[in-house]
Ligand binder design. Structure first.
Ligand SMILES: O=C[C@H](O)COP(=O)(O)O
Length: 264
């Protein structure tokens, strides 16, 4: 597939998971903002994905100090409003000017039994509120060992994008996160990442067209660190990273955002 073009600006998104209260969140964003320079933001979109309880504080800080850091939410309700205790709607996130909502993260699929139909409904809810879904897909170790990673991931992509029109898919981000690489320190090889990311892009061309496939940003996630990011980013179909653990360390996350200065 075609190498990354300026139309696919790399995205480094830090998924904090269930870490950092709103005060810790402010401190972390401040440290990142002090370290990152204008040239970094010109080269890369940088986003933080805090827990719901910290989004308002992050928004206030970013607005007040005019930081170029983007932010989003780790989940979104498929419902617009009503009696859904514990849910947060896309409209609520849009009011906080969230740019992104993660949908289908493997931890949601595993601990909350989310299936592709629900992930599809969440992606649609986010898109309807002009929020970019970061759609997570990825295989478990058993599937990988059996060599079924591409078929498994493409089935997740098909299910999650069902009946979502091309103009909305264009602004969707897809994150390939092999479950066996998440939080384990066992990063996929650059070739593993490229194989699946390229297959996703080919599938987008089949489902929609080459233009859509060329525009969609496809991230890799799973034990990304400063020490391995440059090789992953050198792959033609890897347009960024969804970073978990390393995004909690401002020095490490800034290093990841500056992958272009690191040796490949
Ligand atoms: O959303 C992020 C991924 O689950 C990766 O997490 P990790 O970088 O801690 O392996």
């Amino acid at each position: 597939m075609a190498p990354a073009t300026p139309a696919r600006k790399p995205l480094m998104a830090g998924n904090w998971k269930m870490n950092n209260n709103h005060l810790e969140a402010i401190a972390l964003v401040q440290k990142m903002a002090f370290a990152l320079k204008e040239a970094d933001f010109e080269a890369v979109d940088v986003a933080v994905i805090p827990p719901f309880t910290a989004i308002r504080s992050v928004q206030t800080l970013i607005d007040a100090d005019k930081y170029a850091i983007q932010y989003g939410a780790q989940d979104v309700s498929p419902h617009a409003s009503g009696a859904y205790t514990g849910d947060i709607s896309a409209a609520m996130l849009a009011k906080l000017r969230c740019s992104y909502a993660v949908v289908g993260h493997s931890e949601r699929r595993q601990y909350h039994r989310e299936d592709d139909a629900l992930v599809n409904a969440k992606a649609k809810a986010a898109l309807a509120a002009d929020i970019t879904p970061i759609l997570c897909v990825g295989e478990g170790l058993d599937v990988r060992k059996a060599g079924g990673q591409v078929a498994h991931v493409l089935a997740q992509v098909d299910g999650a994008l069902e009946k979502i029109p091309a103009d909305q898919v264009r602004r969707t981000v897809i994150a390939y996160e092999p479950v066996w690489a998440i939080g384990t320190g066992e990063v996929a090889t650059p070739q593993d990442a490229q194989e699946v990311c390229a297959a996703i892009r080919t599938r987008l061309a089949e489902l929609y067209d080459g233009g859509v496939a060329d525009e969609v940003r496809i991230l890799y996630g799973g034990s990304v660190k400063g020490g391995n990011v440059a090789k992953l980013m050198a792959q033609a179909d890897v347009d960024g990273a969804l970073v978990g653990g390393a995004s909690l360390d401002p020095g490490e996350f800034v290093k990841i955002c500056r992958y272009r200065d690191l040796p490949v």
